[in-house]
Design a protein around this ligand. Structure first.
Ligand SMILES: [Cu+2]
Length: 150
């Protein structure tokens, strides 16, 4: 699994200082680009994006790195232990945070996210949960290191 820094780098898709993997507007020109809650949370999901719960992995447009569903759909586990100051206690180059902890970091938000409730379907948003947690809106993304020969 990626570290939080790796996850966020991937989620941003090459964009700088943007709220979402595609820019700053949630639904540019009315187009749905991620799977989040529409309607009145938590009473009614209008499914305007086409989904009440999870969408398949390649739903919506990929970001600038060709990655799908970086925000919304499923929260994604990250490799590091959660701490509010992980970026301060380690190097600024891919900080790994604490070597121990009680909760692992999660990023990206899910189909249950709504602006009125958590607004965590943003590339910068963070949360955590204990490693034994299991919910329908929580998953993971596998990553691997590659060597770039030049
Ligand atoms: Cu949420």
């Amino acid at each position: 699994m990626p570290t939080e820094a790796e996850w966020e780098y991937a989620a941003r898709g090459g964009l700088i200082q943007k709220i979402f993997p595609w820019g700053d507007e949630l639904e540019p020109n009315g187009e749905h680009l991620c799977n989040v809650w529409q309607g009145k949370f938590p009473l009614e999901n209008t499914k305007a994006d086409g989904y009440l719960s999870t969408a398949s992995g390649n739903t919506f447009k990929p970001n600038g790195y060709g990655l799908y569903n970086m925000v919304g759909n499923m929260w994604e586990w990250c490799a590091n232990w959660f701490s509010s100051d992980y970026h301060l206690i380690d190097t600024i180059n891919n900080p790994k945070g604490s070597s121990t902890g009680t909760a692992k970091s999660m990023r990206g938000g899910s189909y249950l996210c709504h602006e009125s409730y958590c607004n965590r379907y943003r590339v910068a948003a963070r949360t955590s949960n204990t490693p034994d947690s299991s919910t329908g809106n929580l998953g993971f993304r596998c990553v691997k290191n590659i060597s770039i020969m030049d």
